[in-house]
Design a protein around this ligand. Sequence first.
Ligand code: F6R
Length: 366
Amino acid sequence: EKGGYEHFMLKEIHEQPKAVRETMSARVAKDHSAIIMEELKWNKEYLDSFQKIFVVACGTAYNAALVGKYYIEKLVRIPVEVDIASEFRYRSPIIDDRTLTIVVSQSGETSDTLAALKESKRLGAKTLAITNVVGSSIAREADQVIYTWAGPEIAVASTKAYTTQLITMFMLAMYMAGIKGTVTPERTKELLTQLHQIPAQISETLEDVEPIKTFAKEYGFNEDVFFIGRSLDYAVALEGSLKLKEISYIHAEAYAAGELKHGTLALIIEGVPVIALATQKNVYEKTLSNIKEVKARDAVVIGIASANDSELEKYVDHVIKVPETDELLIPILTVVPLQLLAYYAAITRQCDVDKPRNLAKSVTVE
Ligand code: F6R
């Protein structure tokens, strides 16, 4: 059942090219000119009626929602607020019939997410679920559903659900942009052509595991690990740190790189591992200066960069490179080495990878 892999998590990490390909198939026009969402059938009038979008979720799905906010705001120019489901419900969110609430849930059964969805409906919002389980409670409750086609995810730590959620968020934003006319046809073609290459590029990323195994052995017994990045890299840093915490029990924190000097820099001392993501052009130089700040405190820095980057390696101790793609899509690639790092760190520490202590796959209690 584990298809020759030692754990479900490793199997599911390796299933990502297929999961992503299946989630995309039938939704990307053959000539890469548009995204097709048969399940939505939205028009401009419907989209124009939304003044605000909420994306609500828990855990890894919340981390995917953060990327979704970036996509929608950048490509569609509608304000998006992301919230943790257990917070959203209790803070009297400002919602009416000009609101779209998107909930993201792999299982479709997370009770806080389901409750947030019901609360949104009660207040008059239109609702859309992004879920991996057909006929789940969240799928049944929402007005509309987009399924991720990741296939069953067994390991408690979510991997292929996350990457398919990112792909879905991207396709949804592009679909909306197509209706709103906020992205030019040339740029659409460029982005969808890159999107098409993502599954093969994930496979490429999966081939290069030896350096990651080495890092995991080297740093697997450290008490603390920090993840830093800006913009989309920060969202991926949050997911990388969650993965490491939940399966290897290493204390990991993700920080927006620019926020370090407002407190956390005090924790950066000699030998502390810092994983620094630096893939976003408009904040690249800024991230680099943050990396220099942690290097100056003798942190050990592992940089995550795009294949065409020849700068980062001058400032960090090791670099892991992922194939070149548009910087909007690169989170789908940079998360892969972070998943593998968490996996091999957990192996080094002899943790129960598929069933980490205290955690359940689906949280149906509040
Ligand atoms: C982390 C993880 C959890 C889930 C969260 C939401 O690896 O799996 O953080 O992402 O419990 O679950 P779903 O997506 O089923 O609502």
